[in-house]
Design a protein around this ligand. Structure first.
Ligand SMILES: [Zn+2]
Length: 484
């Protein structure tokens, strides 16, 4: 059912291209027609499914955007349009002749044909995107997709360098989100001794710290902001994390500064040689990609997806140019998107053997400007200035002078018609004067984001509580307190 991963990781560029062309052709002609959305889109665009023969032909196809997939108050069923839903008529029209012959030859009992189709297509598992103001979008997996999820999870741990002797702590919040379930399946598929904690909200930070110590865990996965909090608490408790070999981050961008802060904290816990590995994913990709070493780039699975980069106008750019990541599924059932604009911008895709591990799969440049995390107030107008709030993450999380931070958008003087203002709450690092921190935050935000924030000091305990570090699935870094 899947290409042999070891083989995929040694393919030449031409072989990868050939494999992708074949997979894309099969997928678009024989699977995508089961998607109500894409049947309609092809018809509206005057395209035939046969028009897409190669990866280069994808440019003929209009983009799919987040707005196309997300439900609205008026139409909550929109995500369902993206689920592959074959019926007898559609199967007869679009299934590959070989598959059709097998299904209809009478060699398989009728109930087995049904079971086979259910296994392939019936949604049995769901993840949701984490919209804050937008309604959450459901993205479904069939039983076949779960096999693919396991396979890709195994690949992810393979690229990271995990072995079956590793002991694993899953620190992602327990939720219908990709991070928790991918980590769960990775551990199950590899047969690792593991504990799926559900995160601080579910199990409590101290218990997770003690579990890491007692197992002792060699691999841990966390959302970076929570990991930092957990390590700070672990240092207070005098915990020993010396067995740890891998810290795998998901859910947020990991800046160089945050990586350094994490490393310092790990050293205080006795963990000296830890690979801090970042992953990249979005709900619609249905899996995640990881770097094999810091800054090696995210190792893609070229038999499962095709990634293009496009400029602001949507024109495809060459692989060494900066562009927005556009994703096309090559193998998923359940919910599936093609030519999906993520809004995330990266600096290129590299082909050829990875200098760190030698795998030849394409690698996404590690510097990804994410727009998907806070899409709905991604660009906010503050005093006539458009501000990308996502930039606060690398900027503030990476500052050594800061222990914790939170950004609040509010109206000047609390008036509904007042001007918008940005407040940065900070808990300075031990030994740092607030006055210095304030000046440094103002300077950096002004330089990099072109706005001047109001900087206010908060005691660490109060700030942690405001963020819901122990009580929310994911801490609240950006609060929008403006009346609607
Ligand atoms: Zn590599």
């Amino acid at each position: 059912m899947f290409a042999d991963w070891q083989k995929v990781t040694t393919m030449s560029r031409d072989e990868i291209r050939e494999l992708q062309n074949a997979k894309l052709r099969f997928y678009v002609q024989h699977k995508l027609p089961f998607s109500p959305y894409y049947r309609d889109l092809f018809q509206r665009s005057g395209l035939s499914f046969k028009d897409i023969q190669t990866v280069d032909d994808l440019v003929k196809l209009p983009f799919t955007r987040k707005e196309d997939v997300a439900p609205t108050e008026d139409d909550r069923s929109r995500p369902r349009q993206f689920i592959l839903q074959p019926d007898e008529k559609l199967i007869k029209k679009y299934a590959h002749p070989r598959e059709l012959a097998r299904l209809l030859a009478g060699k398989i009992a009728r109930q087995d044909v049904h079971a086979r189709l259910e296994w392939e297509y019936k949604p049995v598992h769901t993840h949701f995107t984490t919209g804050r103001t937008a309604l959450p979008t459901a993205f479904t997996y069939s039983a076949r997709d779960i096999e693919l999820l396991k396979e890709s999870a195994r690949r992810l741990f393979d690229v990271a360098g995990a072995t079956k002797d590793d002991r694993f702590i899953n620190g992602f919040p327990y939720a219908p989100h990709l991070a928790f379930w991918l980590a769960y399946h990775a551990a199950m598929t590899m047969g690792l001794t593991s504990l799926h904690t559900g995160g601080g909200k579910t199990m409590g930070t101290e218990k997770i710290i003690r579990a890491i110590e007692r197992m002792p865990a060699t691999i841990a996965t966390f959302i970076p902001g929570y990991a930092y909090h957990l390590m700070r608490e672990a240092v207070k408790l005098g915990a020993d994390f010396s067995a740890l070999r891998f810290m795998i981050f998901g859910g947020e961008r990991v800046s160089t500064g945050l990586r350094e802060k994490t490393r310092e904290m790990l050293e205080k816990l006795g963990a000296k040689e830890v690979n801090i590995l970042a992953t990249y994913a979005f709900t619609e990709s249905k899996t995640a990609w990881i770097q094999c070493a810091e800054n090696s780039g995210y190792h893609l699975y070229p038999d499962l997806e095709c990634i293009e980069l496009v400029d602001k106008k949507g024109t495809r750019v060459s692989e060494d140019e900066e562009g927005e990541i556009v994703y096309t599924s090559l193998d998923w059932r359940g919910s599936a998107v093609v030519r999906y604009r993520t809004g995330d911008v990266t600096k290129g895709i590299t082909y050829g053997p990875c200098p760190s591990c030698g795998r030849t799969v394409p690698r996404l440049h590690p510097d990804i400007q994410r727009s998907s995390e806070f899409k709905e107030f991604n660009l906010t107008n503050v005093k006539g200035q458009l501000v990308n709030l996502n930039n606060f993450f690398p900027l503030l999380s990476g500052m050594k002078e800061i222990e914790e931070w939170q950004v609040e958008l509010r109206k000047e003087g609390g008036e509904a018609l007042g001007l918008d203002e940005i407040v940065v709450y900070v808990a300075p690092h031990t030994g740092q004067s607030f006055e210095n921190v304030k000046q440094e935050v103002e300077r950096r935000v002004r330089t990099e984001m072109d706005v001047t924030p109001i900087v206010e000091e908060k005691p660490l305990a109060e700030l942690l509580q405001r963020m819901g570090m122990e009580t929310e699935l994911k801490e609240k870094r950006i609060l929008d307190s403006r009346p609607r």
